[in-house]
Design a protein around this ligand. Structure first.
Ligand code: FPP
Length: 267
């Protein structure tokens, strides 16, 4: 059980090098998705404002990005702001936007140096103009990079993503049929939908990590996580370190992925 192993991580400190030595680099998850949860609880337990939790959470993002990139993971998707997060108080939303800008100002050069390509998942055109401008600059700067893809989900909803994909398939067909009298057919395949998602071109996440112990997928990458291995830790996001990430990869590598078939022993 994941939680038992993590319990051991807390009681008997394990060196990073020990964890690294347990990882088989030939079978890394190609894509890791993370639901970064528990910033508010982290702050509450320390009698700090929620904003302090988000600030500490932004620091943890740096470590996760660096670790995945160094390991050789192809894509990392971070759930930073959901379409439902607009329901939060304006001051909290403003802080999250400011933290995102601070993160880019602080980390962009390093991200670029590490050959990481930034992508945004979600309708980020609804974000404040100054945030969009910073994001656009970052997207342009890193667009030619060939290393890890860093997906940051902003104003993201997986249901909206799937609806967008279907609409874009229909729109393509309407353009193709325009004036030719060709009837628009209804046979939309799974492959077509995958090819029209925001994550098109990337492998689906093999590993979905969620912090702070909640057992939910919260409208994140619903299509893409169909066969992802799910790894949940009680640790709140601001306390999530490189060691947690390495432990998640080690546990992932022990799982038997069956994709609806039989296990290796035929059971
Ligand atoms: C969930 O914690 C976290 C968020 C809604 C935002 C995540 C944002 C960051 C980690 C900081 C900025 C991001 C980047 C990419 C630099 P919560 O507030 O829902 O926690 P709670 O459930 O304990 O209240």
């Amino acid at each position: 059980m994941t939680s038992l192993q993590l319990g051991a991580l807390h009681t008997a400190p394990v060196a990073e090098s020990d964890l690294l030595s347990q990882i088989d680099v030939s079978s890394l998850p190609r894509h890791i998705a993370i639901i970064m949860d528990g910033n508010g609880r982290w702050a509450h337990r320390r009698r700090l404002p929620r904003i302090a939790g988000h600030r500490a959470g932004a620091q943890a993002v740096r470590e996760a990005v660096e670790t995945c990139s160094r390991l050789g993971v192809q894509a990392l998707s971070l759930y930073a702001f959901s379409a439902e997060n607009w329901k939060r108080p304006k001051t909290e939303i403003d802080t999250l936007m400011a933290l995102l800008r601070e993160y880019l100002q602080r980390e962009l050069a390093e991200i670029h140096r590490n050959n990481i390509r930034l992508q945004i998942l979600g309708h980020y055109e609804r974000l404040p103009r100054e945030v969009r401008t910073d994001l656009d600059d970052a997207l342009v700067l890193t667009s030619g990079n060939t290393g890890m893809v860093l997906n940051v989900a902003l104003n993201y909803s997986a249901r909206a993503e799937i609806a967008d994909a279907v609409n874009s398939i229909l729109l393509e067909r309407a353009h193709a049929a325009n004036g030719t009298g060709t009837a628009i057919q209804a046979n939309i395949t799974e492959e077509m939908i995958s090819n029209h998602l925001y994550t098109r071109g990337l492998p689906d996440p093999d590993l979905l990590i969620r912090t702070s112990g909640e057992m939910r997928v919260s409208n994140f990458l619903l299509w893409q996580i169909a066969y992802a291995e799910i790894w949940v830790t009680d640790t709140c996001w601001p306390d999530f370190t490189k060691k947690h990430l390495l432990q998640a990869v080690i546990d992932f590598q022990k799982r038997e992925r069956r994709y609806g078939g039989l296990g290796s022993n035929g059971a």
